[in-house]
Ligand binder design. Structure first.
Ligand SMILES: Nc1ncnc2c1ncn2[C@@H]1O[C@H](COP(=O)(O)OP(=O)(O)O)[C@@H](O)[C@H]1O
Ligand SMILES: [Mg+2]
Length: 124
C-alpha cells in the first residue's frame, strides 16, 4: 500500500538548468514520489531529462527544489543509491548485468555484504 510512511524518494518542484555557454533547462517543476519496493520506469524522447533526473537522485548534480531519499535531502552520492551507467566504458563488459550491479555493492559492503540476501536474489 502506498503511504507517506514508505515513500522512498520524494521530489518536489525540481528544476535543473545547465549553464555552459547558453543555458539549457533540462528539468522544470518535477514532482514525483517513489515508494519502497516500487519498480519505476522513466521514459521519454532523447533529451527530455531522464539521465539528468537519475544523476540528481544519485547525487551527481546540483539542483533547485527538493529531493529527499528516506526523508533526507540529497546533497551527495551515497551507497544507498546505485546507478548502472549505460556507457560501455563505465561497465565491466565481461560481467553480466547482475555482476556489474553486484560489483559496486561488494566494494561498499564486502564479500557477503551487510545484507547477504541481496546477492542471492534474481539472476540476469
Ligand atoms: N552536462 C550538461 N551540460 C549541458 N547540457 C546538458 C548536460 N547534460 C545534459 N544536458 C542537456 O540537458 C537536456 C537533458 O539531457 P538528458 O538528461 O541527458 O536527457 P535524456 O537522458 O532524456 O536523453 C538535453 O538538452 C541535454 O543536452
Ligand atoms: Mg539519457
Amino acid at each position: 500500500m502506498k503511504t507517506l510512511a514508505n515513500t522512498k524518494i520524494k521530489i518536489r518542484s525540481l528544476s535543473k538548468t545547465f549553464y555552459s555557454g547558453q543555458s539549457v533547462k533540462a528539468l522544470e517543476n518535477i514532482n514525483l514520489d517513489v515508494y519502497e519496493n516500487e519498480f519505476l520506469c522513466i521514459t521519454g524522447p532523447s533529451g527530455c531529462g531522464k539521465t539528468t533526473l537519475l544523476r540528481i537522485i544519485a547525487g551527481f548534480e546540483s539542483y533547485e527544489g527538493e529531493v529527499l531519499v528516506d526523508g533526507n535531502p540529497v546533497t551527495s552520492s551515497g551507497p544507498d543509491r546505485f546507478v548502472v551507467f549505460q556507457e560501455f566504458d563505465q561497465l565491466l563488459p565481461w560481467k553480466t548485468v547482475f555482476k556489474n550491479v553486484e560489483f559496486g555493492l561488494r566494494q561498499e559492503f564486502g564479500r557477503c555484504g551487510s545484507n547477504p540476501g541481496i546477492f542471492k536474489k534474481s539472476r540476469f
